[in-house]
Write a protein that binds this ligand. Structure first.
Ligand code: 5RP
Length: 213
């Protein structure tokens, strides 16, 4: 089984604190996400600045785009993003327009969505999905469990590269053992740790322990 990648989500309120973290952990992680919060605060400037610091890394703009897909995708691609996210309730034309303008489009799964819709995304040629426990759901007491694993497995079996995110800790990763997860996305698990480099290394080491090199 291919080793899942490790992605940091930079959900900082300003570019300066995001840069302070990414210069420390950028070489440990596989993918850098300019998170939704940072996109809303600093958008183009954040993506282009991080692109210039990390010319070889995959950079994701987590726009959770719901409309104007083509324009948003073109803008983040010009700034330096490789991938961009759209929210699962966006229309198929929004997704199709975004897909035209960016290397890869990821559908972010929140709230109500169906496997019939997921098949339509695949039919459009979108092969990346992000299985998400929202911050707000976790705060209201939701936890990772069997119901999530079943859906993640089904999406993988359908042919998606599935990223998993939402309040992940090093301890959470073993829940996914045996599943061909494409990518684990963590924000606070690294940025809010007392030592972000040690935290990123611990995530990476646990992924390697479970899935191998
Ligand atoms: C919030 C997000 C976050 O970037 C993602 O869930 C990772 O954050 P954390 O690990 O802090 O929960 O997409 O909308």
């Amino acid at each position: 089984m291919v080793r899942p990648k490790l992605q940091i989500a930079l959900d900082h309120n300003d570019l300066e604190t995001a840069l302070a973290d990414i210069v420390k952990v950028g070489d440990v992680v596989d993918i850098i996400e300019v998170g939704t919060i940072l996109c809303l605060q600093e958008g183009h400037r954040a993506i282009s600045c991080i692109r210039s610091l990390f010319p070889e890394k995959i950079i994701i703009a987590d726009t959770k785009c719901a409309d104007a897909g083509g324009t948003v995708a073109k803008n983040v691609a010009v700034a330096g993003a490789d991938f961009m996210t759209v929210i699962c309730c966006a229309t198929l034309p929004t997704m199709a327009a975004a897909k035209e303008e960016i290397k890869e489009l990821q559908v972010e799964l929140y709230g109500d969505w169906t496997f019939e819709q997921a098949q339509q995304w695949l039919d459009l040629g979108i092969t990346q999905a992000i299985y998400h426990q929202s911050r707000d759901a976790l705060l209201s007491g939701e936890t990772w469990g069997e119901k999530d694993l079943t859906k993640v497995k089904k999406l993988i079996d359908m042919g998606f590269n599935v990223s998993v995110t939402g309040g992940l800790t090093v301890e959470t990763l073993k829940l996914f053992e045996g599943l061909a997860v494409y990518n684990f996305i963590t924000g606070r698990g690294i940025s809010a740790a007392p030592d972000p480099v040690k935290a990123a290394e611990a995530f990476k080491a646990e992924i390697i322990r479970i899935w191998g090199e």
